[in-house]
Write a protein that binds this ligand. Structure first.
Ligand code: AMP
Length: 382
């Protein structure tokens, strides 16, 4: 199949300006591209490393069109880009992945319905638009369950646990009575993710199963390879590749999966590089960010081979509570790599950076990043 190649030296436009855009931009510049970023903020993680930072509202569709006209191809770094913004961009530029994929993945109900309709395994769920439908949903799904807002959710935000049916009203109130989805709470043994890149020509690569640990709905620790039955890992890869082909992805897709009772259930899709794939920067021949650059520019994908077992620990703003983290102390272990996102305000729960390490075994890599993070804290560090 013939497809357009956007060569190094060209300009890539990025909607959004967070850490994902920053790591994407670093990869793009390594390949010789120029990067322009568009978001409502200034002096952003992406803007600090981009060639140009445009600070405008996503609702300023004229500014979006102008921005799109000034670049050779466009992508996004977060999936909550409003549909109208993605559509305005597509009037003037090639947008990869397509805005239609955003439309599905930025709304939990559409996403789960899409997966179920295509035969992918998901936890039992039902749509909720008020008290009556919530009660009906609880009657079929049962408790414990989790009520999630249908739109604008990420990192466990907009979610309420329902332990007993009696807690239904309180849960609905706590998420602001918004359009929602009720899901059965899955008693998972493990959480894993599979990151797939798919090129403009349909070629695919994957990074295998990555194992994830969340705290309070936020990713805390990832490691690869996942310590699960290799047959399950292979099934997870097959699932993720199937989904990437079904949505005709051109870019990077992360499929978050629960492992429960020896089976797999898809929890969530992210049509972009993912926090659980940050370890690919240091651990793999080609990072997830470089794969996104290659895919959106129509270049061949790179090898996803992993050099050694690897782990990544997130650094949240909480770490700054007692003062500046002790960077030098953490980096005293030469296996450690530090990635900071250039964010000025270390708010509690805010992703400020991450640590990664390669080692002989996954257990050693995990122990290395966890020990370094412990040492970082001015209070607990030596
Ligand atoms: P989400 O934002 O939907 O990915 O949820 C964030 C985290 O909350 C997940 O990674 C899980 O640890 C947990 N979680 C979400 N949905 C469920 C579920 N249906 N059952 C059990 N845990 C869940």
């Amino acid at each position: 199949m013939i497809h357009e190649v956007i060569l190094p030296g060209s300009t890539i436009g990025v909607l959004g300006s967070g850490q994902l855009g920053r790591m994407f931009t670093i990869a793009a510049r390594t390949l010789g591209y120029r990067v322009h970023t568009f978001s409502p903020d200034y002096d952003t993680p992406t803007g600090q490393v981009a060639d140009r930072e445009l600070c405008r509202s996503y609702d300023d569709l004229e500014a979006v069109r102008e921005f799109a006209s000034s670049v050779d191809v466009m992508t996004f770094e977060f999936e909550n880009v409003p549909a109208a913004t993605a559509a305005a961009a597509a009037e003037r530029a090639l947008v990869r992945p397509a805005g239609s994929l955003l439309h599905v993945t930025q709304h939990r109900l559409r996403e789960k319905s899409f997966l179920r309709a295509h035969g992918y395994p998901v936890a039992p769920f039902a749509a909720v638009d008020g008290e009556a439908s919530l009660r009906a949903a609880l009657a079929t799904i049962g408790a414990p369950a989790i009520l999630k807002t249908a739109g604008w959710g990420y990192d466990g935000k907009g979610q309420a646990a329902i332990a007993e049916p009696a807690g239904a009203s309180a849960a609905l109130q706590s998420i602001g009575g918004a359009e929602a989805i009720l899901e059965a709470r899955v008693p998972f043994e493990r959480e894993i993710s599979v990151i797939v890149a798919r090129g403009a020509d349909g070629a695919m690569i994957d990074y295998g199963a990555i194992e994830n640990h969340h705290i309070g709905g936020v990713l805390d620790l990832s490691s690869a390879p996942a310590t699960i039955d290799p047959r399950l890992a292979a099934q997870a890869v097959e699932l993720a590749r199937g989904i990437a082909a079904t949505v005709e992805l051109c870019g990077v897709l992360c499929v978050e999966i629960f492992v429960v009772g020896g089976e797999l259930l898809v929890n969530e899709l992210a049509p972009r590089p993912h926090n659980s794939g940050h370890l690919t920067i240091d651990a793999c021949v080609t990072s997830q960010f470089e794969q996104q650059v290659r895919a959106v520019c129509g270049l061949p994908l790179g090898s996803a081979a992993r050099h050694r077992p690897a782990a990544m620990a997130n650094l949240l703003g909480d770490l700054w509570r007692d003062g500046e983290p002790r960077w030098a102390a953490a980096l005293a272990d030469p296996r450690l790599r530090l990635h900071l996102y250039g964010k000025h305000e270390p708010r509690v729960g805010r992703k400020m950076g991450h640590l990664s390490a390669l080692a002989t075994t996954v257990a050693e890599a995990r122990a290395a990043v966890l020990a370094a993070r412990e040492v970082l804290s001015p209070k607990t560090g030596l």
